[in-house]
Design a protein around this ligand. Sequence first.
Ligand SMILES: Nc1ncnc2c1ncn2[C@@H]1O[C@H](COP(=O)(O)OP(=O)(O)O)[C@@H](O)[C@H]1O
Ligand SMILES: [Mg+2]
Length: 257
Amino acid sequence: MSSYALELKDLRKSFGKTEIIRGVNLAVTAGERVGIIGPNGAGKSTLFNLISGRFAPTSGEVLLNGQRIDGKKPFEINRAGLSRSFQITNIFPKLSVFENLRCGVLWSLGYKYTFLKFLADLDDANQRADELMQMIKLDKKRDVLAINLTYAEQRALEIGITIAGGANVILLDEPTAGMSRSETSRFISLIKEVTTGKTLLTVEHDMGVVFGLADKIAVVVYGEVLAFDVPEAVRANPRVQEAYLGSAVADSQAGGH
Ligand SMILES: Nc1ncnc2c1ncn2[C@@H]1O[C@H](COP(=O)(O)OP(=O)(O)O)[C@@H](O)[C@H]1O
Ligand SMILES: [Mg+2]
């Protein structure tokens, strides 16, 4: 039995003739927070799609808590304890904050919509939705429709839905995209809080943000993991500086995204 929460072994993915993920190996210890950085088009989202089951790998293995999950369906992987948020939001706009969270909880229970079972579980689901609402600090917006929340609040709700099922491995793809500096720093604190004790993989564009959030950083360049180490070591790695970090730091200093 593996002690890793998530393990990728020589993972590969081709679209047509083009190999996009080119032999990725990564072993993430339970409870670790991993930041994934790399240039646009490097394959970060594709990697998440392979892990979460949206795409099947061309070859290689994905292990969740020591169990093979590659080739399984997204909902099976979710029930096995891995949950991801999407860049495209999966919020129901015409439902309230509370209702959205309750949907997330009920969905994660694998609802067969047996009415009696539903009624029996509804109390638990309500209670869990209330807890989640406090965790994401939207309890004062309980009955507000999701469509009427601010952008940052909608992203918080999305995180709530992502963790609703109690998954212990969480994937977030650019969770702070489109946020202001101050929204970003508040949001990062929130992510840290709600994923305490969980294993987190997050793709993040902003260098300052990722160095503050992550225990370890994986640098993905052209479908390969160029480095996987603690932030200081990644920052000091000459290959990383050459391939990516120098220009990214220059970008962020120029205020570019
Ligand atoms: N479904 C797909 N079909 C074909 N090519 C894809 C598909 N998804 C991603 N790609 C290609 O894979 C490469 C990596 O994309 P992506 O994983 O989105 O990069 P990143 O998230 O690092 O910016 C890009 O060249 C992209 O065009
Ligand atoms: Mg992406």
